[in-house]
Design a binder for this molecule. Structure first.
Ligand code: NZQ
Ligand code: ZN
Length: 394
């Protein structure tokens, strides 16, 4: 087991009607002037925004609101939020939504802490953040894990670049999680969310690190749990217990718990997917499932013990003397079958995109630039490997 620093400072308030506590939570963090940030229409339609405003009013907290955050959130919306927040002397960001809204709020919070500089410089890796205003969130979709993560992913819609910036100072102060809020999700978003949750742990699992028994067991339990409840939710979207299991998994999958003791993780599938998000604006979780089978078949020989363990402990493959390669390949095939059962694509055609060779070259250049030339732990990928995986996934 490698050494690690585990930092998960977010206060989690979990359960039915948890959002009623949001006013007291915001007040407890000393906030006086709040920007409520949200997405398209779902949080308005359900009445959640009105309930959140009432909870802030009850504590006498000033608030303004800014909706309209889109999936793969845009830099222009971040800039709009920064202007609005400056005009109103905002001292706290309250994100009501999913990863896109929370990430947009994180980017606004970075910008407000250093108002003279362009926040996009962070995403271009040109500097580190000087600070970050405090953020809280009311989560409405179990997926990205941004509610406890140090990560923030923004798309510059002018250039088509989707880039992440990671910093512990942006981890939300609190995350309000009422699983019932996620019952209004379309099936596709629920299942794409489950796929993303699993991938956050899989990115930490398929590594060249040594033995980490407890972390591996936690990761495998999380993966089995999400698979089970993803299938239940595909048939019974109103099942509160399944919503709750998946929501808690979303946070644990990406607050670093399932990576404690590894070598930093792989994250190549995420890197490759962010290019699909930037160029084709696909749903993040679906982009991941469209790439993962190809990534897995490309790298498994370089990380065989992990793929064998995964096949046996997560996918239920039995060793009947078929040899490790066959066990690993059976595990990948079963994963692919699971994706199909929950309605997720397993290649880019099924995702609805058919990148040309030129587009593959462009995504590869962008990937390599974002990663500093290479990426991965299961197998270190260089630009030619990235392009090969994109071609395999067509
Ligand atoms: O905009 P509205 O109308 O709210 O609709 C949203 C959106 O269309 C809808 N939705 C959310 N909650 C709902 C709901 N619809 C009905 N009922 C509800 N309760 O769901 C759609 C997707 O929302 P989004 O916030 O985009 O989903 P997600 O949480 O999957 O976030 C995806 C973004 O997060 C990034 C992704 O790349 C992508 O940009 N990621 C962020 C990470 C992080 N910060 O740690 C890590 C991830 O790997 C990921 O990269
Ligand atoms: Zn993700």
């Amino acid at each position: 087991m490698f050494g690690f620093t585990y930092y998960a400072p977010t206060k989690v308030v979990f359960g039915k009607d948890a959002e009623q506590q949001v006013g007291k939570l915001v007040a407890g963090f000393g906030a006086k002037r709040v920007l409520i940030h949200y997405g398209g229409r779902s949080a308005l339609r359900s009445g959640l925004i009105d309930r959140v405003k009432a909870a802030l009013d009850a504590e006498g907290i000033f608030h303004v609101e800014l909706g309209g955050v889109v999936p793969n959130p845009h830099l222009s919306k971040v800039r709009e939020g920064v202007s609005l927040a400056k005009e109103n002397g905002i001292d706290f960001l309250l994100a009501v939504g999913g990863g896109s809204v929370i990430d947009s709020a994180k980017a606004i919070a970075y910008a407000l802490a250093d108002p003279e500089r362009d926040v996009w410089e962070l995403f271009l890796r040109q500097r580190r953040a000087a600070g970050c205003l405090p953020i809280g969130c009311v989560l409405t979709i179990a997926a990205a894990g941004s509610e406890m993560s140090n990560s923030c992913v923004i798309t510059n819609e002018q250039t088509g670049e989707k880039r992440s910036y990671n910093d512990d100072i942006a981890r939300p102060r609190f995350a309000v999680m009422d699983p019932a809020l996620t019952c209004t999700l379309p099936d596709y978003q629920t299942e794409a969310g489950c796929a993303d949750i699993m991938m956050h742990t899989m990115e930490r699992y398929f590594t060249q690190g040594g033995n980490m028994e407890l972390t591996d067991e936690i990761a495998e339990a999380l993966l089995r749990t999400v698979m089970k409840h993803a299938e239940i939710l595909h048939e019974h979207p109103d099942c509160y217990e399944s919503r709750a299991e998946v929501m808690w998994a979303s946070s644990l999958a990406h607050n670093d718990l399932t990576g404690c003791g590894n070598d930093g993780g792989d994250f190549a599938t995420h890197l490759l997917e962010h290019e699909l998000g930037g160029m084709f604006d696909v749903t993040h979780g679906a982009g991941l499932t469209a790439l993962w089978p190809s990534w897995a078949r490309y790298v498994y020989r370089d990380c065989l013990p992990r793929f064998v363990r995964y096949a046996e402990k997560v996918m239920g493959v039995q060793d009947q003397g078929q040899g490790n390669e066959q066990i690993a390949l059976e595990g990948i095939a079963r994963m692919e079958a699971f994706y199909r059962r929950i309605g997720m694509p397993v290649n880019m055609r099924e995702l609805g995109i058919e990148p040309t060779e030129e587009q593959i070259q462009a995504m590869t250049r962008s990937c390599a630039a974002a990663a500093g030339g290479k990426k991965g732990s299961a197998k270190v990928l260089y630009p030619e490997d990235m392009a090969a995986i994109y071609r395999m996934a067509r």
